[in-house]
Design a protein around this ligand. Structure first.
Ligand code: DAH
Length: 428
């Protein structure tokens, strides 16, 4: 008599499929235990199993799983689940459920032994084919999903080699540089040329040709950095080297005149050096902008108009300039130039209610020195002073930056901290 179908061990619950039953030996029945403990009964059973037919252990309920429809159904379910697996993780679960040890087909496979011998080959073939089809489908889907994943990874993790290769923040151009370039632009627009000269300069260019006498105080080592010449030994007195770090941009006047035939119109911004201590209002390295115009018929009026144009271009309309008599060896006459304070526009003068920090309530801001080129300078450069005249000026860039932008401490300009330079913007 057929054994009634057994309850399925709950630990296998997830693997249970319709028509699939556990093998009889997986959960030993009381009868089996009894039998196996009795040698005689065991021998009988063995003999029974060895007989070709009928197979008494054949159990139609147990082998329900081997019915062709059941195998086809298990295979189709597996193939559908494989096709539906959307990613490798899902496929892994499908594989465990449909091709794992507890999958319907694996369980069915184990039932083959329960069939009568003549039916085993047939069932074995069918189960084998179904498992083969599932295995192949798994392999194919695995390959497809891997290819999809690789393609996705290539896109998602692609490295854009055209992007900046690091995240070091860009620095900022120094406002001294951009201010010098602005000044250059003002004059280039008027037809001037930008001229340059060396920072390590021959004493002759820096002093002699500019009519600065050998005993002039500026020529002492208290004011000027003397540089040992290339051929000088250690014992050579530095003050005799004839080489200095230029103390102003005026030597570029000389170089420009020697290089060109008049008319000459040049603007020369650049770095200069003096033996000052670094403090809030001095620095041993600073910047000047030099202007030189040499042509026929130039007068002080041209000089004044040129300076006013520059002030208008850099500070806006309506700010007057004035000249105060002064002395420079290379100009005659010489003057100091002031412009009306662009912050208070002169209104702070005598007005205690409106003090101005920029001009100290004086109403004027000093720009620098200027004058008509001394005929001795023209002569030193081979220019005929009877035919040509010239004007020149030299302004300090740091000073201009200080009052233009309310920079109170010059040291901020030399420390190279981008927190100082960045607020001036990225002027190109
Ligand atoms: N070179 C002078 C200085 O450094 C400034 C100067 C004054 C330049 C008058 C000039 C000028 O061209 O004409 O103090």
């Amino acid at each position: 008599m057929a054994r009634p179908s057994r309850a399925v061990d709950s630990t296998f619950g997830t693997c249970e499929r319709p028509g699939i039953r556990l093998r009889p030996d997986e959960v030993p029945s009381a009868e089996a235990e009894r039998e196996s403990s009795q040698p005689k009964a065991r021998a009988n059973r063995k003999a029974r199993e060895e007989m070709s037919a009928p197979n008494k252990s054949y159990d139609p309920v147990e082998v329900e799983a081997l019915k062709p429809e059941e195998i086809d159904r298990a295979r189709d379910a597996a193939l559908a689940a494989i096709a539906a697996a959307g990613d490798l993780e899902a496929l892994r679960e499908v594989k465990a459920a449909h091709a794992g040890d507890r999958s319907p087909l694996a369980l069915a496979n184990r039932e083959i032994g329960a069939l009568p011998p003549h039916a085993r080959a047939e069932a074995g073939k069918r189960v084998g084919q179904a498992r083969g089809a599932v295995g192949q489908a798994l392999k194919k889907r695995q390959e497809e999903l891997e290819a999809e994943r690789d393609e996705r990874v290539l896109v998602e993790e692609a490295v854009d080699v055209t992007l900046p290769y690091d995240r070091v923040p860009a620095g900022a151009r120094h406002p001294l540089t951009t201010l010098m370039e602005r000044i250059e632009d003002v004059f280039v627009a008027m037809g001037y040329e930008v001229a340059e000269g060396p920072e390590v300069e021959a004493e002759w260019f820096n002093f002699d040709a500019l009519n600065i006498a050998p005993d002039h105080p500026a020529r002492t080592m208290q004011d000027t950095f003397f540089v040992r010449g290339a051929e000088d030994g250690e014992d050579r007195d530095l003050a005799d080297s004839g080489v200095v770090l230029r103390t102003h941009t005026s030597p570029v006047q000389i170089r420009s005149l020697l290089d060109r035939e008049p008319p000459v119109y040049v603007i020369c911004p650049g770095r200069v050096y003096r033996t000052d201590e670094l403090d809030a209002t001095h620095t041993p390295v600073f910047h000047q902008v030099e202007l030189l115009a040499v042509d026929e018929g130039l007068t002080m009026t041209d000089l004044k108009g040129t300076i006013e144009h520059m002030v208008r271009s850099l500070f806006g309309e309506g700010l007057g300039t004035r000249m105060r008599p002064s002395y420079f060896p290379f100009t005659e006459p010489s003057a100091e130039v002031d412009m009306v304070c662009f912050v208070c526009r002169g209104e702070s003068v005598g007005n205690p209610d409106r003090p101005c920090r920029t001009c100290s309530s004086e109403g004027w801001i000093e720009l620098g020195g200027c004058g008509m080129v001394n005929p001795r300078v023209l002569t030193a450069c081979g220019v005929d002073p009877e035919r040509y005249s010239g004007f020149a000026f030299g302004f300090g860039i740091e000073r201009m930056l200080m009052f233009r932008h309310n920079v109170e401490d010059m040291r901020d300009m030399v420390e190279g901290d981008v927190r100082f330079t960045r607020p001036f913007g990225m002027e190109i």
